[in-house]
Design a protein around this ligand. Structure first.
Ligand SMILES: [Fe+2]
Length: 390
């Protein structure tokens, strides 16, 4: 059981700041608890907790320390006067003190005038004189600590200590939610990587193609000012854009010479087959428009739906440019790689017909820098080897 009264000694300095009344505290707790369910757009499930602590204790600095697998405490979030500590890992003896905090299982308050170990290790910014720490638990496991630093002492009553403990409990919910999200992300990326590897194992000419298209596309999206969540989606969508080729006959994929009408039709089906392959996996649904529409053309003459202009999802318009550039500058069974300047000239010539002109302009800005990061990623079948096989 947790002890309600953290210290027998009142921790009040002359410059006292009044804390919220019980009703206001209750309302704040309620708001934090409700906000935890709506983390989208806020950047982190911890934001609501940190803001709640700021209101509750008039905090000048708030930090959420999360214990990692190695047992070290890392500032997962740090706001206000503690902002510079974000991502910092605490060493000893601070880490040992936090283990002690968990063994005690109660809020610890401290002030600089006490000159004790807590004040020495956890008043972390210049001018801070008063601090509070609460252990964060998830199912009785020690997962971290909630830290407050104040310039002036505050008049802490039992209900504020209890509310601070409750905020630490909510921080535990946030830790748990973040871990579940990370695990989902791992599974998500494993699925994407496995599918990409399956395609590249079948068609060695496409080795590295999806990764290069993803790198170019993400950089184009960034250049166009798209938000980071969209950039992540674009990256993943590019990794899987040609997954439907798994179902295209190898003789068509590896054919030397141009495809006849029937072969072209089968090849074109890869965008629809790709969509069908991915649809059963609900977490991949945001990637489907990019997969389906990456062969649409800006003037409406593409496939499968003949969309035009901005009817084409932005990721598909971006992917079309990156895909074409990488295809032109890579050796294929039916032709040698084109010089980069010539490929850029082709893109420019097709801006407004095949490609979105804004995307082509953005590509011209970013490609020299991205190309440098991709030099180690040329296809397994290099141009000179290609000569021998043709
Ligand atoms: Fe494709």
């Amino acid at each position: 059981m947790r002890t309600k009264n953290p210290s027998s000694e009142p921790l009040i300095l002359p410059e006292d700041t009044h804390l919220p009344a019980p009703l206001a505290t209750l309302q704040m707790m309620n708001q934090v608890a409700r906000s935890l369910g709506y983390t989208e757009g806020s950047g982190s499930p911890f934001v609501a907790v940190v803001e709640g602590v700021g209101t509750l204790l008039r905090a000048d600095g708030v930090g959420v320390l999360v214990r990692n697998e190695a047992g070290a405490y890392v500032f997962r979030v740090a706001h206000g006067g503690l902002a510079e500590w974000e991502d910092y890992t605490l060493g000893d003896p601070a880490s040992q003190l936090l283990d002690t905090l968990h063994a005690r299982d109660r809020v610890t308050l401290f002030k600089r005038a006490q000159k004790n170990a807590w004040a020495r290790e956890f008043l972390l910014a210049a001018g801070m004189h008063w601090g509070a720490l609460a252990p964060i638990r998830v199912r009785d496991q020690n997962v971290g600590a909630l830290l407050v630093n104040n310039r002036h002492a505050v008049h802490v009553r039992a209900e504020h200590v209890e509310a601070f403990e409750n905020l630490a409990t909510l921080a535990g919910v946030a830790v748990q939610e973040e871990r579940i999200q990370e695990r989902m992300e791992d599974i998500f990326m494993s699925v994407i990587v496995s599918l990409t590897m399956a395609l590249e194992a079948k068609d060695p000419y496409t080795e590295g193609h999806s990764v290069r298209v993803a790198a170019y596309s993400e950089a184009i999206g960034k250049q166009l000012g798209l938000p980071s969540a969209t950039l992540d989606m674009i990256h993943r969508s590019c990794l899987l854009h040609d997954i439907g080729k798994i179902a295209v006959d190898e003789t068509i994929l590896a054919k030397r010479g141009h495809l006849n009408a029937m072969e072209r039709e089968k090849m074109d089906m890869h965008v629809l087959i790709g969509e069908d392959i991915l649809r059963p996996i609900s977490m991949l649904h945001p990637l489907l428009p990019g997969v389906r529409h990456h062969h649409e053309k800006f003037d409406g003459s593409g496939h499968p739906d003949g969309l035009r202009g901005e009817e084409i999802p932005v990721e598909a318009r971006i992917m079309a440019v990156a895909d074409a550039f990488d295809a032109m500058t890579s050796s294929r069974p039916y032709r040698k790689a084109m010089a980069e300047e010539d490929a850029v000239a082709e893109l420019r010539a097709a801006a407004g017909t095949q490609f979105d002109p804004r995307v082509v302009a953005a590509f011209e800005q970013i490609y020299p820098a991205v190309k440098r990061t991709l030099v180690h990623m040329r296809p397994r079948i290099a141009a000179d080897e290609f000569e021998k096989t043709t």
